[in-house]
Design a protein around this ligand. Sequence first.
Ligand code: GLN
Ligand code: ZN
Length: 768
Amino acid sequence: MITHNLGYPRIGDNRELKKAVEGYWSERISYEQLIEISSAIKQKNWLMQKELGIDLIPSNDFSLYDHVLDLAFALSAIPDRYSQLLRNSDKLKLDLYFAMARGCQDGVADITAMEMTKWFDTNYHYIVPEFYKNQKFWLSNFKFIDEFQEAKKLGIITKPVILGPVSFLLLGKEKEEGFDRIDLLGNLLEAYFEMISLLVDNGVEWIQFDEPFLALDLTTEQKGAFKIAYSRIRKNFPTVKLLLSVYFGGLSDNVELVAGLPVDAIHLDLVRDPAQLEIMMNLVSDEKKLSLGLVDGRNIWKNNYENSLKLISRTIEKIGLERVMLAPSCSLIHVPCDLELETNEEVLSAEIKQWLAFAKQKVEEVVVLKQLSIYKGDISSIQLFKENQEAIQSRKISSLIHNDLVKERIDFIEQFEEMKRLPFSLRKKVQQKRLELPAFPTTTIGSFPQTADVRSWRAKLKKRELSSEEYNQLIQNEIENAIRWQEEIGLDVLVHGEFERNDMVEYFGEMLDGFVFTSNGWVQSYGSRCVKPPIIFGDVQRPNPMTVNWITYAQSLTSKPVKGMLTGPVTILKWSFVRDDQPLSVTCNQIALAIRDEVLDLEKNHISVIQIDEPALREGLPLQKSDWKTYLDWAVNAFRLSYAGVKDQTQIHTHMCYSEFNDIIDSITALDADVITIECSRSQMELLDVFGEYKYPNDIGPGVYDIHSPRVPSDTEMVGLLKKAMAVIPKENIWVNPDCGLKTRKWEETKEAIKKMVNATKTIRESV
Ligand code: GLN
Ligand code: ZN
């Protein structure tokens, strides 16, 4: 039985990589120093895994920015616009690599970055490969072999991890008309052959090809591509051992295809889909090994050894010990590095800590599972097993987790279904009477610039260098300035600016029961960007109001409406590590009820407009389309639950960032928010078309100003965008606002841009 790992976090235990890469970008450290720091991280990871006793340790799982970009770069899939940056020295090659990820604006060159998008259903983002007709691929970078050699020098024969050819193509985009990227497979395989041949020459035994697309719905043609790719690889390399790894879902309809591919081992994600194991065991031929992905690579909970051992022994019984491999369910880059770095009990208590496992602990779990499953005696006497079962049991019954009051409220959810509001068209009249808004009402999405000062106050409050009175006073001053400025330039619905918030999920998580935070639980989001997701460990409840004081203070300063500003239940759920001991929908409803308490309190305090942000609604969509409906049903319900019971005169807004709405427009409509604001400016209002075609009934604020760029658009540009919107949406339903919150912008740009937005609106009002 072989244990192996699919990939280890590359950011370093203390985010060394982030610091080094950013240091290199700002020329604080040299190329050589960056390489040295990277090597140190890799070596530490390899030696640690070796010490823990994993049989097959991965290499080429490290990356200075992103593993998809690494492969595109290695295969010379470098778009033409970067050709002026092509150079021979290692440092300049690296600069080209970073330019592909981040763009390059250095006074001489001005080249846009490659697109970035989400890696399947994770919060990791990859760089989207760009494909052209008849594109050729050849090796021009040898990271995959360098890393193998680097580990070999330490005495470790690693298993290089390479994104499989079909997934690589499917992850990319055609950048010209008239071809399908899958047609490039033949050309691409030539470069893969070179790559494999080099690895074989250097003494590689196992290669891991990641093909996560095999967990998605595939067309016949795509299925064919997998057959071609792997039979051609096999034909050229009959002896090297190929491990095909699929994760983030079950194989579903692709199970027969996968069982028939000529590889030596197949890795299955048994956390996402344990049932596929039996089906696969019945299909797969005798010479193939099965890798059981039992340890959850996507979440931070300790593995339940008892459950895992049952599956392992069942597999041994059916296919024999020699054919079983053990592993985490997917690469561990989606969990933090090491739980042992959490030493502050005030942040993470010992009781909760005993339920968790981060990357290093997950590697240990895989090793222990092997030891336990080959142990001949009674495992219930083994200390490691006993400790594991005690921790699992303590989590099941802990009073920290289980709150009967919350469970009772959830049981009564049906009654909220009854709390119907008037239909939108009638509600709108009631609201209009109260709010008296002009045509094309103007507003912003919530946050205003988080200056260094604002951030330093929060840090000082944490370190107790500021008292909470002092802190509150400083924030109130910011709010007052923001309100005065908004009144002055003539916005219609104002916001308080979110100065008190570090992050739209963390802020609420910190005030809700059932959430816990870590000191060092960082996970890579993209490039050097890391996030520290909260952990939802228990029943969620709101002990006290979370935003009422700030919002009512802001409202007290003005006669214009100030929007209450909340994060929605789906987004809070999606951007956290969640419980695995109850369905997501239950946890989501608990959060919804907590948000609802806040909504009703805001309403009681005479707040007339309340925005509930749901930027993560779309990204929660399951990978397989057949699962979409179930998800959308509970997600939409949770959102509606979060405002159930508000009066007709209270206007509910929601906001979503960049999103395609075409295939979910029913659900967006079912949210029944009075106003939805969306990101639209970069698509030149194209995203609005579907709302028009669908005759979306409620109000919409299509963003007219791209907040991702420091560039300030002109009035005319915004007038143009509004006219486009008017061609698609009835003018009575249009709001005017930026694409998203302004917290990452500077005040100077913000003031200028919003003023122009108000001017553009005046022009439009006069023109109709
Ligand atoms: N209200 C939030 C803000 O303005 C929304 C952020 C988001 O959509 N990601 O910052
Ligand atoms: Zn947004």
